[in-house]
Design a protein around this ligand. Structure first.
Ligand SMILES: [Fe+2]
Length: 476
């Protein structure tokens, strides 16, 4: 009898232990990661992405003689009261004029005169590429603008941002490495349909992927321009140069780097001495945005280095609390592809990012998604061999979002084990939304292309590094 009671006691103790284990396992899989690293288990289709054919409706040219096509806008000054309008005509140069008006004063139409340019690339000659900067716009206003003449003229609209201010909410979309495949079209559609409406896109480089085609077929730059017009004619995309935008091809006699990209996509780099079309900055709402070039010299004494050093000193977090840096090649990337490619830039600039408490760094290049915790690797030198990134609340969050869906396909090979700095990674296509709420809080979400619709697959709150530098690693 005693033996029976003893066995019963042991059994019930064992049962309790098993229950405890089950509870523990369930809890760790449901609770938010407390400093843990997650590799998403989502299983995706891995067919090669394919460029949409030229006769796809998304590439259709507008009807009419010399009708403007590939219309796109970007910020045209340092604070958001200017817009650069660009378009291409194919039959003749035509007019360089933009007619524009505030929706509240339709009778008060204004005109701005731009300029036209063309370029040749191997056996390709571009259409007539027009650029026109309109300035002195009112903040927080809807403007219509018209390009082209007569029956072929086309009218679009955009909204200017609110005045620069410390608590101004603003929503940026994040798109990278888009290309022009069926997946690219899904990504752009999902961005357009996202209920949290992006007001401007931070584009992290690699636009058309023309260089992936024989002789860097520059007609792909034209089709890409027609493809994205449906978004970028209505809201500014802020451009970053990628490696597929270099177009350096000495075998084709093309030795001027970034020729198609810089001819087609001007940026407001004249705002600061030492900036260039490849590295520049803008302020918009409550954000100071610094765009860097992964494919320009960045070492000490180079123009980019000298400019960035001064630019970081100019940032005033009391005016623009959110400090955003964009580049193409990610400084933190735990995929095998492009692994450590940007380490030169990391070694040179990371300590500045930490010193100036950059909030977030967006990059593309790797065709997948990854988000880091606030980690830094600035303690390293050749003698102490301290080369492991460590948690650092002054460091930015690094987001890799090169997952637009271009023809090169997804990056699926991951380094294992997942490093501690990596919070979440998933090789899927998608887009991001960076939603600034006020001076202290912003919400980042990543939206996977999921079997034909968009699904929020990762998100996190970011606490501003200047106004509220608390630990935000457990907010996903
Ligand atoms: Fe790239």
């Amino acid at each position: 009898m005693v033996l029976f009671l003893e066995a019963k006691r042991v059994l019930s103790w064992l049962a309790s232990l098993i229950w405890l284990l089950v509870l523990l396992i369930t809890a760790t899989s449901i609770l938010p990661c407390n400093g843990g690293s997650i590799t998403s288990s989502y299983v995706r289709k891995l067919e090669e992405s394919e460029d949409m054919p030229y006769d796809s409706d998304v590439f259709r040219s507008p009807p009419g003689y010399n009708a403007p096509q590939q219309v796109h806008i970007t910020q045209g000054d340092s604070e958001g009261r200017g817009v650069i309008v660009s378009w291409v005509t194919v039959d003749e140069a035509g007019s360089n004029k933009v007619v524009y008006w505030n929706e509240k004063s339709k009778k008060n139409k204004k005109e701005a005169e731009g300029y036209v340019t063309t370029y040749k690339y191997y056996n390709y000659t571009s259409g007539y590429i027009h650029h026109c900067t309109i300035k002195g716009l009112e903040f927080s206003s809807k403007y219509y603008y018209m390009v082209g003449t007569g029956n072929s003229s086309r009218t679009f609209w955009f909204k200017t941002p609110p005045p620069i201010g410390v608590d101004v909410p603003y929503t940026f979309g994040l798109i990278g490495d888009l290309g022009q495949t069926f997946d690219s079209n899904n990504t752009l559609t999902h961005y357009e349909q996202n209920p949290t409406k992006g007001q401007a896109v931070l584009y992290v480089g690699d636009l058309s992927y023309a260089d992936e085609h024989p002789f860097s077929d520059n007609r792909k730059w034209d089709s890409w321009g027609r493809f994205v017009e449906r978004s970028v004619a209505y809201q500014p995309w802020i451009w970053t140069a990628g490696n597929h935008d270099i177009d350096y091809a000495p075998d084709l006699g093309e030795t001027v780097s970034f020729k198609p990209f810089t001819t087609r996509y001007p940026v407001p780099y004249n705002n600061a001495e030492g900036s260039s079309q490849l590295w520049y900055s803008i302020k918009r709402a409550s954000a100071h945005i610094i765009v860097l070039s992964s494919y320009s010299a960045c070492a000490k004494y180079t123009p980019q280095y000298m400019w960035l050093q001064k630019e970081l000193e100019k940032v005033d977090r009391k005016v623009t609390p959110w400090l955003i840096v964009m580049m193409h090649s990610p400084l933190y990337n735990s995929y095998n592809y492009h692994y450590m490619e940007a380490d030169t830039m990391r070694v040179v600039y990371e300590s500045w990012f930490v010193q100036h408490k950059v909030d977030i760094v967006f990059a593309g290049h790797v065709h997948a998604y990854e988000r880091s915790y606030r980690f830094s690797n600035v303690g390293y030198n050749l003698i102490n061999r301290n080369c492991t990134p460590v948690k650092d609340l002054s460091a930015p969050v690094y987001i890799t979002i090169g997952d637009g869906g271009n023809l090169e396909g997804l990056t699926t090979q991951l380094t294992e084990p997942q490093p501690n700095y990596s919070a979440f990674r998933e090789p899927s296509y998608g887009h991001g939304i960076f939603d600034i709420k006020n001076r202290t809080h912003a919400y980042f979400s990543w939206h996977r292309n999921h079997e034909g619709y968009a699904m929020k697959a990762d998100s996190t709150w970011l606490f501003n590094r200047y106004w509220y530098p608390a630990d935000d690693s457990n907010t996903s």
